[in-house]
Ligand binder design. Structure first.
Ligand code: NAI
Ligand code: MN
Ligand code: ZN
Length: 339
């Protein structure tokens, strides 16, 4: 089989590897589609501190179970599955309080262990979630990015009264906007980005108001309109955003951060305690695959609006380069395997 391997930073090879055999409790997935994420590019470029090399990257993938290991029900053969990349121990403190996404011995497929940019991938059977036939392949491959939005929104119980402000209209901002608007039906979703094309995508994903903060002052526009967001999601992840978000937020607002910057954010106690603002963080997803599969089955979210390009996996280098260099035209880029 062929696998996309990052041998070391900036060195990508399409390697021929032996077909892997599933061990006890594992299944082998014949991969059909995979999505490129910022973190794949970070591992490629050597910017992910968690990555070990060589590594088969890819943590957003969909395929068909074509082999099973010991102890796995034979009925699982042939299932269409989306794979949760989060592998956890099940008994540490975070696992025991429902946060396997921050398990003390967390393993993420495509980061700590070989992932899905491969013709075949072996994964724990419990990580392979069956996808009902009503969900087409192109939607199934987008389940993982939507689980991130499910995790973000799951922290804060959004409701009909909420005025949400989402920083960043990349894949993460767009999935969050769709979930806030179409699943939780919040009152209003405002999006802020500096790329016009991405703001247009955000409007197609349900944003009611799009603000380009390269051209206009976000604070001035919100003040002029008398808007104080009650729920703020930082899907742009610059460390300076927290301070601005606290300033713009309504009293009693919730702010969700999802960035991993090692640079400090500067914030005063007064700006958050004075309004009793709650600050949440969100990493990966905690058992959100069934929830997103349900949303897709009910047609509440539409992943196709995010997909801008599809390449055969042989063209991975071109695909990564386009993804990295062209944020105006690119959002989610898919790779096909075993067409
Ligand atoms: P992306 O780079 O495609 O999108 C980020 C967007 O934010 C861009 O459109 C950019 O123009 C915009 N932006 C940057 N600075 C801004 C600012 N100051 N104000 C307004 N807009 C600004 O990235 P993607 O894939 O959407 O991911 C977003 C962030 O989420 C990344 O930093 C990534 O590391 C993080 N992330 C976190 C996860 C988690 O589980 N916590 C999972 C996946 C991504
Ligand atoms: Mn991802
Ligand atoms: Zn654990």
């Amino acid at each position: 089989m062929k696998s996309i391997v990052i041998k070391q930073p900036n060195q990508l090879e399409i390697e021929t590897r032996a077909l892997p055999q599933p061990g006890a409790g594992e299944v082998r997935v014949k991969v059909k589609l995979a999505g490129i994420c910022g973190s794949d590019s970070h591992i490629y470029r050597g910017h992910n501190p968690f990555a070990r090399y060589p590594r088969v990257i890819g943590h957003e993938f969909f395929g068909i179970i074509d082999a099973i290991g010991e102890g796995v029900a034979p009925s699982r053969l042939g299932e269409r599955v989306a794979v949760d990349p989060v592998i956890s121990c099940g008994h540490c403190y975070p696992c025991s309080v429902g946060k396997p996404n921050v398990c003390t011995s967390l393993v993420v497929l495509g980061v700590h262990r070989d992932g899905g940019f491969s013709e075949y991938a072996v994964v724990p059977a419990r990580n392979a979630w069956v996808v009902p036939d009503v969900i087409p392949d192109e939607h199934a491959v987008m389940i993982e990015p939507f689980t991130i939005a499910a995790n973000v929104t799951g922290q804060v119980n959004p409701g009909a009264q909420d005025i949400a402000l989402v920083y960043g209209a990349g894949p993460m901002g767009l999935t969050t906007i769709q979930v806030l608007k179409h699943v939780y039906q919040v009152k209003q979703v405002i999006v802020v980005d500096r790329i016009e094309e991405r703001l247009e995508m955000a409007q197609r994903s349900g944003a009611d108001l799009a603000i380009n903060n390269l051209q206009q002052s976000l604070a001035a526009i919100l003040e002029e309109k008398g808007i104080q967001p009650t729920l703020i999601v930082d899907a742009a992840c610059h460390p300076a955003i927290l301070q601005e978000a606290a300033l713009l937020a309504s009293p009693a607002a919730r702010i969700v951060l999802m960035g991993f910057s090692s640079e400090p954010s500067s914030i005063t106690q007064q700006s958050i305690t004075g309004k009793e603002i709650s600050i949440f963080t969100s990493r990966l997803n905690a058992m959100k695959f069934p929830i997103v599969i349900d949303w897709l089955s009910r047609g509440l979210i539409d992943p196709t609006t995010l997909i801008t390009h599809t390449f055969g996996y042989q063209h991975i280098t071109d695909a990564l380069e386009l993804f990295e260099k062209n944020q105006r035209q690119c959002c989610k880029v898919l790779l096909t395997f075993n067409p």
